[in-house]
Design a protein around this ligand. Structure first.
Ligand SMILES: Nc1nc2c(ncn2[C@@H]2O[C@H](COP(=O)(O)OP(=O)(O)OP(=O)(O)O)[C@@H](O)[C@H]2O)c(=O)[nH]1
Ligand SMILES: [Mg+2]
Ligand SMILES: [Zn+2]
Length: 296
């Protein structure tokens, strides 16, 4: 009997670990398939990205469907993210709470767990920052990748499928990955050689495999356009600050924006020292950013 041309048996599911110039590296079991995407995706304004689970024809090497995404980050462009590790360091550059808080909002709004990491604690004391995030109910760890201090505490956060590291250039993201998974770059080299490709460039978003999941090392960036990664309404922002939760619904006005209104329960908690000042300042700044972006 002849085999039908579009044999369903050829269609299997895999995970995109990187894309280069329209070629997608799809991992399925122990094998990697370099696939093209069907033109139909472009027409629908959706193209496959790293982190996508896809169905593909393993003989024709064509991606036929993208499975529903849990979430998607724009920069780096990766989907189905479980954890966002937000790395700061003691100096060069010093931590910016606004920057950290923006990234926490992006994570929480996309149902990603934020983990705030202060690296280079061999250079100084982070306790004031640790206190801010502990109070906020956000996971926070101070480490020294150089001295291998507390790095094992981070390991528990890498137990999920996809973890993305982000933060300014020079804070130590690559050092942390090397400290935790020293053999990762080696593993990548093996795969690249097998496929006959050169060294990977840091510009590409790539999922590196380790024992329990995948890790994405974002090349450093000095600023982040919140509007690019965040699509929430101003009134939804308070839900992205976990420490506000107990006070929501307790303000004098039911439509309180918590930006200076009379009888605001959030402001009261800030004045009582229960909510950290820097977190509240970030809230007001991000609220203003979203409001002004909304107008356009
Ligand atoms: N003192 C000290 N230096 C560190 C520590 N961790 C990393 N460094 C140094 O910080 C510098 C930058 O580290 P990287 O790991 O390259 O930083 P990165 O975040 O990957 O930077 P980009 O790739 O540019 O985004 C290097 O010189 C590291 O040796 C630490 O815990 N303590
Ligand atoms: Mg790096
Ligand atoms: Zn309020």
């Amino acid at each position: 009997m002849n085999t039908p041309k579009n044999n369903q048996e050829n269609i299997i599911t895999g995970l995109i670990t990187k894309s280069i110039a329209g070629s997608y590296f799809v991992e399925a079991g122990d094998a990697v398939f370099i696939c093209k995407a069907r033109g139909v995706f472009k027409n629908r304004n959706t193209i496959p990205v790293a982190g996508d689970f896809v169905e593909f024809d393993k003989d024709k090497k064509v991606i036929t469907a993208i499975l529903p995404r849990k979430n998607e980050l724009i920069r780096p462009n990766v989907s189905n993210v479980d954890n966002l590790v937000i790395v700061s360091s003691f100096e060069k550059p010093a931590p910016s709470t606004l920057f950290i808080d923006k990234l926490c909002v992006i994570a929480i709004s996309k149902k990603i767990r934020p983990i705030v990491v202060f690296n280079k604690c061999d250079l100084g004391d982070f306790s004031q920052y640790i206190d801010v995030y502990q109070k906020a109910g956000i996971d926070v760890v101070e480490i020294s990748a150089k001295n291998d201090f507390n790095c094992d505490k981070l390991l528990e956060y890498f137990d999920s499928q996809i973890t993305v590291l982000c933060g300014n250039s020079g804070v130590g993201k690559s050092s942390i990955i090397n400290r935790l998974f020293g053999d990762l770059s080696l593993k990548t080299a093996e795969i690249s050689q097998k496929l006959g490709h050169g060294k990977h460039t840091t510009r590409t978003t790539e999922l590196f495999k380790h024992d329990k999941g995948y890790i994405v090392d974002t090349p450093g960036f000095s600023s982040l356009l919140i509007s690019e990664n965040i699509k929430i309404k101003p009134e939804e922002l308070a839900d992205c600050f976990p420490e506000f939760e107990d006070y929501l619904g307790c303000c004098s006005f039911s439509d309180c924006a918590h930006t200076g209104e009379k009888g605001c329960a959030i402001i009261k908690a800030v004045n009582n020292g229960i909510i950290a000042n820097s977190r509240y300042e970030s809230y007001k700044q991000i609220y203003a950013d979203i409001k002004s972006a909304d107008r356009w």
